[in-house]
Design a protein around this ligand. Structure first.
Ligand code: TXA
Ligand code: MG
Length: 340
């Protein structure tokens, strides 16, 4: 099929809304990453998301709404702590998991009795949801397993010809997928860190916890709290390996490695660029976790474009949004870490 390129004009947003309400698939900008949207109440449309992405059937989708009050029809219980958290951080990069109502088709929740709901901040995203007139199920708009798209061109690189349209909006500002927190367990648990940080959540819900799968590899016989945790994620084709070290030790390490193979890539911080010769990319300022989040997925795609086969990456700090950066990188590295 031909994938239509739509702009963010009023008439193109209406076109996107029509395609969606008629059961089509549209790539849409959000502040976290681009989403691949379909009418969440249309089982057939939702099934096509799984087909286009090559997504495993047991990995549930997030349902996107454009007004906070729309959550009520979609969940069977909106607990007090979820209410307080969403009042503070919606619209924004926050997804809450709650018991689902009968309105949600089981293909959306992959057979679970819970549903993930998010109210995005990006205005174009909310305008598209409003134009569609229905809640939108939307995973990240990448082929399953590859890095999430933070620009419309990333979406087209993966899905051109496989979806009805893409809205050519702005690049995603946060750059990593939303924070996912479940209220089905007590205390509430963060299943995926993101732009709304653990520290921000603790201010509202002091007993909130971080699921152990956020930082640790799941064993083969463990059942994850979130099906998405068990899949290899965010991976470029290049093998990447995390190096936990300071700048000086990293430079010594990569210099030694390049004696064996001069094509070894490095993914580092801006202040390392003068001292680590090419092939080398930076994912931002070492002290600026928001910048690292914004740039990470684009850099992982660039590694492939530049022909990297093996890349050593300097690990980020785990505070604030850095926890989310680390969480995505450690998965992209398939938990391969060298500590110096
Ligand atoms: O920022 C985002 O969240 C983006 C944009 C497009 O909104 N969407 C996104 O969707 O990242 P996706 O499908 O790539 O990630 C959804 C994650 C998966 O790890 C999935 O397993 C988890 O949320 N999830 C969804 N519903 C769930 C549920 N009922 N219980 C547990 N985990 C759930
Ligand atoms: Mg995804």
């Amino acid at each position: 099929m031909e994938t239509k390129r739509l702009l963010t004009t009023k008439s193109d947003i209406e076109t996107a809304g029509k395609i969606l309400s008629n059961g089509g698939l549209v790539g849409i900008p959000t502040e976290t990453v681009y989403g691949l949207a379909a009418n969440a109440l249309d089982e057939k449309a939702v099934k096509n998301i799984f087909k286009a992405k090559g997504r495993p059937q047991d990995n549930p989708l997030i349902v996107h709404i454009s007004r906070a009050e729309d959550v009520y029809g979609l969940v069977s219980d909106f607990c007090d702590s979820a209410k307080r958290l969403t009042e503070k951080y919606w619209p924004g990069p926050l997804t809450v998991i709650l018991p689902k109502s009968d309105k949600i088709p089981s293909v959306v929740s992959a057979g679970l009795d819970t549903v993930a709901i998010r109210l995005p901040e990006n205005k174009t995203a909310r305008d598209i949801i409003t134009a569609a007139g229905v809640p939108l199920a939307a995973p990240s708009a990448n082929l399953s397993g590859s890095p999430s798209p933070t620009s419309a061109s990333h979406v087209l690189a993966d899905l051109d010809g496989l979806i009805d349209a893409v809205v050519l909006g702005e690049n995603s500002k946060v750059g990593l997928e939303s924070t996912v927190i479940t209220f089905v367990s007590a205390p509430p648990k963060i299943l995926r860190p993101g732009g709304i940080t653990y520290e921000m959540i603790k201010e509202i819900i002091p007993d909130a916890e971080i699921d152990k799968a956020v930082l640790n590899e799941m064993k083969a016989d463990e059942t994850p709290s979130s099906p998405g945790m068990k899949y290899k994620h965010y991976s470029p084709r290049s093998r990447i390996i995390m190096v936990e070290s300071d700048k000086d030790n990293f430079i010594k390490f990569i210099t030694e490695k390049r004696k064996e193979n001069s094509n070894i890539f490095a993914l580092v911080f801006d202040s390392d660029l003068d001292d680590v010769p090419p092939p080398c990319l930076s994912y931002g300022n070492e002290q600026d976790q928001n910048e690292q989040a914004e740039k990470l997925f684009a850099r992982l795609r660039e590694l492939d474009e530049q022909g990297s086969e093996i890349c050593f990456v300097r690990s980020p700090k785990k505070q604030g949004v850095g926890l989310a950066v680390y969480n995505r990188l450690i998965r992209a590295c398939a938990f391969e870490v060298i500590k110096i």
